[in-house]
Design a protein around this ligand. Sequence first.
Ligand code: SAH
Ligand code: SF4
Ligand code: F3S
Length: 432
Amino acid sequence: MNYHIVTYGCQMNVHESEKIAGLLRGAGYESESTIEDADIIVFNTCCIRENAENHAFGNIGALKKMKRQKRGLLIAVGGCMAQEAGKAELLVKKFPFIDIVFGTHNVAELPSLIARKQREKKVVSLLEDRAETEDGAQPYRTSYPNAWVNITYGCNNFCTYCIVPYVRGREKSRSASIILEEVRALVAAGYKEITLLGQNVNSYRDGEIDFPALLDMVASVEGKFRVRFMTSHPKDFSASLVAVMKKHERICNLLHLPAQSGSSRILSLMNRRYTREEYLEKVALLKKEIPEAELTTDLIVAFPTETEEEFEETLSLVEEADFSSAFTFIYSPRKGTKAAEMEEQIAPEVAKERITRLIDRVNENTRRKSERYVGERIEILCEDYDRKKGLYLGREPLGRMGYFAADRDCIGEFVQIRVTRANGISLYGELV
Ligand code: SAH
Ligand code: SF4
Ligand code: F3S
């Protein structure tokens, strides 16, 4: 019996799919296969923007024929879209061939839902938000030498454009001792990079232990490995976090700090709870303490009421904060959020024109910053082999992908390369 998991969305979902894989293996499915050879296909969906949903809808719809031809094939849909108000009903109405729908709060139930499906025609099971953070689901990891570790679930921030708090529930922190136990086991098993995950890691709290304290503990585990974390909300980014980053060499000096906009008026409408000036103060604090540190970010254009001048403030933030790269998005109204109710939505032509200009500006900055690496020596954690390119690849501490040739399997090793060429966020070099 084979399984195939289709994952959309963020790192959180990628990690959740590892848990789904673990659960399926526990339920008797032996190996991951192509979609054609699978006995169960699980869609782990995202609903952050309309195109994420359309994508999933399209791909689920395309399975209609396969489902008819292959007896016993199970199709299960879970993740954020399944948890969205009214979506489960819409899914089964539109695609009657779906067997199982499950939400974000009952992933661990999947094996029992599969069992129930043997008796029932269709199984739809969504739960309300739960207080517990542990559901016993053991991830089946395929990301060696990198490992993701959740530290928080859910979000309490209610940024006015965002659906995450509605589909992932209230913010909950896992216990520090459980997190540390997991990190120790991963390092002992040979994992070389640990990424701590949460919608807003900076608001982590377990009794007296806040995020800087947790990060300090994780980085103090014995072994050779790197530590990364995401995502940091600027409002909670503090001097004590910078101090911990500075204290441990193994914590990568790359901060993903989503700004969303460069305009204080738009930031206030977004309920981000910081101004442009405050954001830049945090950037300055980081650079003062750790001059080599770099920042990446998320930016949204065409939020309701955004003027040309306000958009230009986002453009100028790219240089002022000196982002080494950025994820750029056109605002997408999400039903049930505050921003979707705002009257002055921006015309699609204007949004497209703005995002093109923003992407150009971001790429220009990325190129300029990457070019400085030519001639330099960098440390890469080799994580994969690119067959098409015939090159090994992995990331340097500040997040750039480095490609190089080697005559042996280097996956899982820290190697030094001398950079000979830069292309966008990618660096090419020779092993030294
Ligand atoms: N918790 C993280 C972000 C999670 S969502 C944080 O707060 O930083 C990832 C990114 O998607 C967000 O940073 C935002 O830039 C973008 N995003 C979220 N909702 C969106 C929407 N409705 N339209 C466009 N982009 C959106
Ligand atoms: Fe969404 Fe804001 Fe929470 Fe991030 S912090 S998940 S953008 S509500
Ligand atoms: Fe992530 Fe998408 Fe859900 S970005 S939290 S998978 S809505």
